[in-house]
Design a protein. Structure first.
Length: 232
């Protein structure tokens, strides 16, 4: 009798241990069957959707669900305070505003699975679910976008050359008075010079312009670009 009870107790322990392991595995994978894995979901995205306007919640939820369905290994994050999805690079993103949402994929212009009229880029004015593809189509788009990232396909983005912007005579004179500043200015790229020129000519008053010019000469003498504080 004792051996039988011991055997039954051992079996219960084994079953309990197995049940615990299964529960832990479900927890790591996301809980209930059919749910997307939790390890690649970000609680900040949950909060973002929860705090969005009522009209935006189903839009954001549909896009998020489709992205995970099309690319289960996608990782969520927040960039510039809005949700983004990464998989071997940027996959896509979504953002909610007061009266519309912006959702889409980084390489949407290359997606053959995107409906007609939705291939020029991310959908920028989505106010209802009817303004975006259905979940099945979005899932196909996510899958194709992930494949493009895996293949290392790049999107060719047109760049417009900005016209040359000449520095005001007073600015050039002030820079020339400082030998270090003038030497650095001569070595600056056209875009670096333009950043300073725009900053000076956009001043609303003479006092502001003079103050900016004095600051600019000091920075230029140190070899600093206009936005040096934000450079890494």
């Amino acid at each position: 009798m004792t051996k039988k009870r011991t055997s039954e107790r051992s079996e219960r322990v084994v079953r309990a241990e197995r049940a615990g392991e299964a529960a832990s595995e479900r927890g790591r994978r996301g809980g209930r069957r059919g749910e997307a894995p939790r390890q690649n979901k970000d609680s900040r995205v949950d909060a973002y959707i929860a705090n969005a306007e009522p009209f935006a919640k189903p839009i954001l939820t549909r896009f998020r669900k489709a992205v995970h369905a099309g690319c289960p290994e996608v990782t969520e994050t927040l960039k510039w305070s809005v949700p983004h999805f990464d998989y071997k690079g940027v996959l896509g993103g979504m953002a909610a505003f007061k009266a519309h949402c912006r959702v889409g994929f980084w390489k949407q212009s290359l997606l053959t699975s995107a409906p007609e009229g939705k291939r020029s880029g991310p959908m920028a004015n989505v106010a209802t679910l009817a303004d975006m593809p259905d979940e099945r189509t979005l899932t196909k788009m996510a899958k194709e976008a992930a494949a493009l990232n895996e293949a290392g396909v790049k999107v060719k983005r047109a760049t417009k050359a900005r016209p040359v912007l000449d520095a005001p005579a007073a600015m050039v004179a002030a820079i020339k008075k400082n030998k270090k500043a003038f030497a650095a200015w001569q070595a600056f790229s056209p875009s670096a010079k333009r950043d300073y020129v725009e900053w000076i000519i956009e001043a609303k008053s003479d006092a502001t312009r003079d103050r900016r010019l004095e600051t600019a000469v000091g920075w230029i003498a140190e070899g600093k670009r206009r936005h040096w504080k934000y450079e890494r």
